[in-house]
Design a protein around this ligand. Structure first.
Ligand code: SF4
Length: 298
């Protein structure tokens, strides 16, 4: 369940270390349920999309409260946990409990779209429904784990995105794709939108002014205080770019004077303690770079 949550928006190679660290810190549902949110976000720090960490935390509390700390093996009960969508529920039921439940990930979607020669965009309601229906129809009565793993491996190793190895494909006889490399079809991508994010760098006696996010994005994480606009009389210290959904955000950090009074969500944090708190990843990058510059200058 932990790996499925982590893999929702992150590649396997990145997840491996985080997963190992997470399982040492939270070896079971009871340990995770008992942790406070700041601890949970700190261990998740660097994986991004923090809603996953919050949902996993809430799911652990639900498993402890409603299922005695043991994950239920029933698909409906798994699907009722926070942050568990159709794919994640099916993947947990299938990989953890060997249930014959359909799942659709990118590899399986590609394989099925080609087997069907599906011209409908797979990210449309109709295309997605056709894939789920086909995945359900192909399931064996038992052995969901092996079946779903095999479909994923077929997509990863044989029915690859650009040059599928149709000559050596074990399901070639059942495949309707005439031009497999053109499949699957997807809806046109949204255009990338440029966004500017201006922040303040305020240092006093070896401490840095930070503020905690309260909105949905990065909620609970710490970041540099936001500026409504770049200050006229200030120096730009650093600018870096990062992606956020379909946005390309330019984070600009300006030197700023300490405010007369701190806002409720603001706090001074020792520059030497930065690594111990949960920071939004782009802000952490900016802070560590600027802190290193200060240190180098002595
Ligand atoms: S025959 Fe080719 S396109 Fe069809 S499933 Fe196999 S690898 Fe994919």
């Amino acid at each position: 369940m932990v790996s499925e949550f982590m893999l929702q928006q992150t590649q396997v190679g990145t997840v491996l270390d985080f997963h190992a660290r997470w399982m040492v810190r939270f070896p079971d549902f009871a340990a995770l349920a008992a942790a406070n949110e700041a601890d949970v976000l700190h261990v998740w720090q660097g994986l991004g999309y923090y809603a996953r960490a919050r949902n996993l935390h809430r799911a652990a509390r639900q498993v402890v409260a409603q299922h005695g700390g043991v994950l239920p093996d029933d698909l409906a009960a798994i699907a009722a946990l926070p942050g568990v969508g159709r794919y994640t529920a099916g993947a947990i039921a299938s990989f953890a409990f060997d249930r014959a439940t359909p799942i659709i990930d990118a590899n399986i979607a590609r394989v099925l779209a080609r087997l069907l020669d599906l011209r409908e965009p797979i990210d449309s309601a109709r295309g997605s429904a056709m894939l789920w229906q086909t995945a359900a129809e192909l399931l064996p009565v038992s052995g969901g784990r092996l079946h779903n793993s095999a479909l994923m491996e077929l997509g990863a190793l044989v029915c690859t995105p650009r040059q599928p190895s149709c000559q050596s494909c074990p399901v070639r006889a059942h495949c309707c794709a005439e031009e497999p490399a053109t499949l699957p079809v997807k809806k046109p991508r949204r255009k990338t939108v440029a966004l500017a994010e201006d922040c303040a760098w305020t240092v006093r006696d070896g401490t840095l002014l930070l503020e905690q996010q309260t909105g949905p994005r990065w909620r609970g994480l710490w970041k540099l205080p936001a500026l409504a606009a770049p200050p006229r009389d200030s120096r730009l210290l650093l600018a870096l770019e990062y992606p956020f959904t379909h946005h390309r955000v330019t984070l600009s950090v300006f030197a700023a004077r300490a405010p007369g009074q701190l806002a409720a969500a603001q706090r001074w944090v020792g520059l030497d303690a930065i690594e111990t708190i949960a920071l939004a990843a782009p802000h952490k990058r900016a802070i560590l770079r600027l802190a290193a510059t200060i240190k180098a200058r002595g």
